[in-house]
Ligand binder design. Structure first.
Ligand SMILES: C[S@@+](CC[C@H](N)C(=O)[O-])C[C@H]1O[C@@H](n2cnc3c(N)ncnc32)[C@H](O)[C@@H]1O
Length: 249
């Protein structure tokens, strides 16, 4: 299963994920009565945005982190009658009934190594003609932060799959998608130097490194990485994906 998250700190940060979410909701622009899968929904920020856009629809909120889903349930208390909350790994068979009319996803796919399995698993739950509208870290994402990590540790993580345009197009096609539109968009996020930058690095970017370290090594490591960045910037490059589930199997 996937790593767990500090959901409370995550929600308290000025996350660039907010604008990625808004952009992706704008691209989805649903009619209002669809059933939409929020793949890697996290704490439910965009699940809430989806519910606003779907007054007669429903959301299937899937995530592999129990803590993120607990926070989502708190956030959406009172609206859960239109949300199916599903704890599952997105690369496996998805344990909910029926098919969805669209899949939406923000900042989740790069946490998943096997994109072929991911796209196959999503396609299996989409009705023919359903749209996939997603974004995640893409090729070149946080290169400067990872270079700073390599400088501190002598190695860098291969946790993330920062896919490119051509490999993503091929994997989508192999999973039966059509009308494929994939682009890379450089999108740096600027933080206040010091505590805000370090909280962001620790909670969002450096988590996979911290998972392998003793607790007392966390703060010095995060400070050392932050000190090596030329600017208090996370050099994000977003992979934006649009596709339609084809008529095939
Ligand atoms: C950076 S968070 C993004 C959450 C939310 N979409 C947002 O924009 O705030 C990535 C989410 O993907 C989830 N995730 C990563 N790999 C997953 C997998 N294989 N299956 C299900 N969820 C996964 C994590 O648990 C986490 O909640």
């Amino acid at each position: 299963m996937t790593r767990d998250w500090d959901a409370t700190t995550y929600d308290a940060l000025p996350l660039p994920h907010l604008r990625w979410g808004r952009r992706t909701l704008d691209r989805l622009a649903p009619r209002g009565d669809e059933r939409v899968l929020d793949a890697g929904c996290g704490t439910g920020r965009d699940t809430e945005g989806l519910l606003d856009l779907l007054p007669h629809g429903r959301v299937v909120a899937v995530d592999g982190s129990v803590r993120m889903l607990d926070r989502l349930r708190e956030r959406l208390a009172g609206r859960l009658d239109r949300v199916e909350v599903v704890h599952a790994d997105l690369t496996g068979p998805l344990p909910f009934e029926g098919e969805v009319d669209a899949v939406f996803s923000v900042a989740a796919f790069h946490w998943i190594e096997d994109h072929a399995a991911l796209f196959a698993s999503l396609a299996a739950r989409m009705r023919p003609g359903a749209r996939l509208v997603a974004e995640c870290g893409g090729r070149g994402n946080i290169d400067a932060v990872n270079a700073a990590v390599a400088d501190v540790l002598g190695t860098r993580s291969d946790t993330w799959e920062f896919a490119g345009v051509d490999d993503t197009r091929q994997r989508l096609k192999a999973a039966g998608f059509t009308d494929i539109d994939v682009t890379l968009r450089p999108d740096p996020a600027v933080f206040e130097p010091g505590a805000q930058l370090e909280a962001f690095l620790a909670t969002v970017i450096l988590g996979p490194y911290l998972d392998d370290m003793a607790e007392d090594e966390h703060a010095p490591f995060v400070t050392a990485v932050a000190a090596r960045l030329a600017e208090p910037v996370a050099d994000y490059v977003r992979l934006e994906i649009g596709a339609v589930r084809g008529p095939g199997s």
